[in-house]
Design a protein around this ligand. Structure first.
Ligand code: ADP
Ligand code: VHF
Length: 365
């Protein structure tokens, strides 16, 4: 089985300021056992910023992006060196891959990254993945390792994604603030109510809290990957999860996973525009599996170019789907509501009768 193990800063530091080396050895022991049993493990490791801060002796620094990038640049080498040493004790090699959103958005770079990951796995090397924080500006970063790990799981066609953190799973409210909160053992649908339960990170160490874990779970399970949020401190947690034990919060994979291209659309660039559809278009998309024609588009917003991802909204404002639009925002403004035969007349050229082809469209439930 291909398994992605995401280790949050909260796990690697155990709530303290510095990396918890003793616990890292324990995590490596579990990974090594599974690897020797024939599984393929990929480790998405946070902790670069924490390692950088530790090395500098915890200086008071502004929490702005350049200073975080500095800490990550200092800490990443330390972090990987430590992992390399610990996996080496078990005779295992590691291979570092630092990614940004830009590497996963571009189809060619996505395929290159997929090949490298596949080659590492086929040689029994443990890929160690983190965001390339040193170069990741707001425009090109995924922003958190929960979402990054979901994309990595898709890249590797993993069966299981473990989001290991400092809580036993997703609770009905943040257990730090609500002692009565209860653990949710199984999630079947990720809806607005669930998103409301999932708060941010309050420890000052992690990024995103449960909110980003839920986003990651949503993306991964649509691609047919089972996701579990569990405590990284739990005894033998990695081995127990691989062996199918019920630990933490489990999100079962959606039975009918999206095909590759659609997985990429969902995991790739965030939508930069919106198309508002009329009721007829919504019906054609949802019940007939049709492509979107300009006639069914009532309004357009946002700045997008040809090929960019856009959200499709129903008459009530709900987001129904995400798709890659074959016309830019300016072109859409000129052709919305018209018959496809009239596109050439309106624009002076024609990029085909459909605005979003059904192969480029992902319906959201
Ligand atoms: N509903 C919830 N259930 C569990 N934890 C929650 C919830 N809402 C917010 N949290 C917070 O999410 C934190 C874990 O996320 P985060 O700090 O980003 O850790 P990591 O470094 O593991 O990604 C927990 O410490 C907890 O305070
Ligand atoms: N890339 C950053 C971690 C970003 C992040 O998502 O952190 P976390 O929420 O602890 O998994 C680092 O290595 O410090």
């Amino acid at each position: 089985m291909i398994v992605v193990v995401k280790l949050g800063t909260s796990v690697l530091t155990a709530g303290a300021q510095h990396l918890d080396r003793a616990h890292m050895v324990e995590l490596v022991r579990q990974c090594a056992l599974l690897q020797k049993a024939g599984h393929k493990l990929i480790v998405v490791t946070s902790g670069a910023v924490a390692a950088g801060r530790e090395l500098l002796g915890f200086p008071d620094l502004p929490a702005d992006l350049p200073h975080k990038q500095m800490l990550a640049a200092i800490g990443q080498g330390q972090l990987v060196h430590l992992w390399q040493h610990l996996f080496g004790l078990y005779g295992l090699n590691v291979g570092q891959m630092l990614l940004t959103r830009a590497d996963l958005e571009d189809r060619e770079r996505f395929l290159n990254a997929r090949d490298t990951l596949g080659t590492l796995l086929s040689h029994g090397v443990i890929p160690l993945i983190n965001e390339n924080d040193a170069v990741a500006t707001n425009e090109i970063k995924v922003g958190d390792n929960d979402n990054l790990s979901a994309r990595v799981a898709i890249l590797a066609k993993a069966e299981l994604l473990m989001l290991l953190t400092d809580q036993p799973g997703l609770f009905t409210a943040d257990p730090r603030a609500n002692p009565d909160a209860e653990l949710i053992q199984e999630v079947k649908t990720i809806d607005a109510t669930l998103h409301r339960l999932a708060g941010g990170s309050v420890s000052g160490l992690g990024t995103g809290g449960m909110a980003t874990k839920l986003q990651a779970a949503d993306v991964a399970r649509r691609a047919g990957i089972t996701v579990v949020i569990a405590s990284g401190q739990g005894p033998d947690v990695i081995r127990r999860l691989v062996q199918g034990e019920r630990v933490g919060t489990r999100f079962s994979a959606i039975d009918d996973p999206l095909e590759n291209r659609k997985q990429w659309i969902l995991a790739g660039p965030p939508p930069v525009g919106q198309l508002q559809l009329d009721a007829g278009a919504v019906n054609a998309l949802l019940s007939k599996g049709a492509s979107l024609l300009p006639k069914g588009v009532k309004a357009v917003s946002g700045q997008f170019e040809r090929g960019d991802a856009v959200k499709l909204l129903g008459p009530d404002g709900n987001t129904l789907a995400v798709g890659l639009c074959r016309y830019s925002a300016a072109e859409m403004a000129a052709i919305l509501g018209i018959h496809s035969d009239a596109i050439a007349m309106a624009l002076g050229y024609d990029r085909g009768p459909v605005v979003i082809h059904r192969d480029d469209l992902v319906l959201l439930d």
